[in-house]
Design a protein around this ligand. Structure first.
Ligand SMILES: [Fe+2]
Ligand SMILES: [Fe+2]
Length: 310
């Protein structure tokens, strides 16, 4: 008997060539949508979004179709110019890649960076208002996309060479991939972590570094930024407590901290308005010497006028 695997309901609309199946009351899998036909969204809605499946023999074909559909959707959304819609399309791609990062799913992400770079490299100002897409209580996926877009915008603003821009953006997108291997109750904790939990949490840069090293198709030179994104110039960061940081580590660390402040709401910490968050980073840069002054200044300048402190 054929085997079937379930698909995410939110992704059902992206399968056109791939046939989809539904399980009937007797537990049998019956055709719900034939190949080369779009899903009838009205019927799907009227039926209360039933669980759908693909044949296990079609797994690779379906995965390919989904990736291509998501990429072409991203290209279409970029043309809309609406950053919120673009962010949603990016999140769908990253969600797909990160749900099982050890299963060779991450190596499709460089193509996403390629699309973003080729669409934005000639129109640098289009990303500077990205901050308007930030909403409270974001997921790891949204956070990863935020840090990537801010980093891409920074590199474009500073006229970095194409290769370096793509590498930094990729490192930014994957900076927290190690968190996918940390227990969810620790990653999603609303309360301050216990000492034990914090020790586990602090392993995520090294875990991310190892994941990237073992995955083909990703330039491992992005790894320094991933490993060092929680290190600080005052030597009080982790995992190694080093003060001599790479440029990527300094940049991704600063942008990561900024995004955490504006988007993440924890029981012990209220989410900050962007200007307020920038002021906190400014204090940590100028008074506490945690971040690089030039990177801070350029980061401010790369963003919309309302966020410029310098
Ligand atoms: Fe992190
Ligand atoms: Fe992060």
């Amino acid at each position: 008997m054929d085997s079937y695997i379930s698909i995410k309901k939110s992704q059902a609309k992206h399968y056109i060539a791939t046939p989809l199946y539904i399980q009937n009351g007797a537990g049998e899998f019956v055709l719900y949508k034939p190949e080369n036909k779009k899903l009838d969204s009205k019927l799907f809605l009227d039926e209360g979004f039933p669980s759908l499946f693909i044949s296990v023999d079609m797994k690779d074909f379906a995965k390919n179709e989904l990736e291509n559909q998501l990429k072409s959707r991203l290209k279409t959304q970029i043309k809309s110019g609406n950053l919120k819609i673009i962010k949603t399309a990016l999140c769908e791609i990253v969600q797909e890649a990160m749900q099982d990062p050890l299963e060779d799913n991450l190596n499709k992400l460089p193509e996403t960076i390629e699309i973003m770079y080729s669409e934005y490299s000639n129109t640098k100002n289009l990303l500077k208002n990205y901050i308007d897409t930030i909403a409270g209580g974001i997921s790891l996926i949204e956070h990863s996309v935020d840090v990537m877009v801010f980093s891409l915008n920074y590199c474009l603003f500073c006229n970095f060479p194409e290769n370096e821009t793509k590498k930094i953006s990729m490192g930014a997108l994957l900076h927290d991939v190690g968190l996918t291997q940390i227990p969810k109750n620790i990653v999603l904790a609303k309360q301050k972590l216990t000492e034990k939990e914090y020790i586990v949490y602090k392993t995520h840069p090294a875990i991310g570094h190892d994941i990237i090293k073992t995955i083909g198709g990703i330039d491992s030179s992005i790894n320094t930024g991933v490993l060092e994104h929680h290190e600080r110039l005052d030597g009080k960061g982790y995992p190694r407590g080093i003060a001599n940081l790479s440029f990527e580590g300094r940049l991704i660390g600063l942008i990561d901290s900024f995004d955490q402040l504006v988007s993440s709401e924890k029981g012990y910490r209220k989410k900050k308005m962007p200007f307020e968050a920038m002021q906190i980073i400014q204090t940590e840069t100028l008074k506490e010497a945690k971040f690089d002054k030039k990177i801070f200044k350029d980061f401010c300048l790369s963003l919309s006028d309302k966020l410029r402190l310098t």
